[in-house]
Design a protein around this ligand. Structure first.
Ligand SMILES: [Fe+2]
Length: 201
């Protein structure tokens, strides 16, 4: 008998580039953003600040003002174009970008990005004690399966409630804006954990 077929239906594309920016670039971005205006942000629990709502063009500004990052916004737009090509959807434009800075014992709540199609997170200052990024399985019904944890041998892509990535400085992750993500109540223990986020539509 050789007529068995498995169909892995409805997958979600997450694209992660590892450590694609230099230490010099990351240091320069860090120093630049630290000096930009910051306000409280409702998604951050504990000590944390954001440029969200007050500077929605941080990538363009870095691309203009930080000499080691000349046109970094154009480079990131190119990565976005690869993501949309892989998704087989029309090209999108980066419409807004902002940074978050978290202190120790802070948390980034789970959230998604309404009014956007593709989003990305660029990790500027993270280390082993930083909270990871957790993506939630968009199929809420998977929780029904996982209510019977004794039935699972081990987690895999068919039964996971969420998937996490540990992140390193210079990583950038592209994901659909509708997918719920955040620190999943994991405490961040990096001083000045800095991430730049963007929305594209
Ligand atoms: Fe986000």
């Amino acid at each position: 008998m050789n007529n068995k077929n498995n169909y892995e239906l409805f997958p979600t594309l997450i694209t992660k580039y590892d450590e694609i920016f230099t230490t010099q670039q990351l240091n320069d971005i860090f120093d630049y953003c630290k000096e930009q205006p910051q306000i409280d942000y409702f998604l951050l629990i504990g000590e944390g600040k954001s440029s969200y709502d007050i500077n929605s063009r941080i990538l363009e500004n870095i691309g203009k003002d930080v000499s080691s990052c000349n046109k970094i916004n154009v480079f990131i737009q190119g990565l976005l174009d690869q993501y949309t090509a892989d998704m087989n959807i029309k090209n999108l434009q980066v419409q807004n970008s902002w940074f978050n800075i978290q202190q120790q014992n802070s948390m980034l709540l789970q959230h998604y990005h309404p009014m956007s199609i593709v989003s990305a997170a660029l990790y500027i200052n993270v280390d082993a004690s930083s909270s990871k990024i957790y993506f939630e399985n968009p199929n809420n019904l998977i929780r029904h399966l996982n209510a019977y944890k004794g039935e699972l041998n081990s987690y895999n892509k068919f039964n996971n409630e969420f998937f996490w990535f540990a992140v390193k400085p210079g990583d950038i992750i592209f994901f659909p804006s509708w997918i719920k993500h955040g620190g999943y109540f994991e405490s961040n223990n990096t001083k000045d954990r800095m991430v730049i986020s963007l929305n594209a539509f």
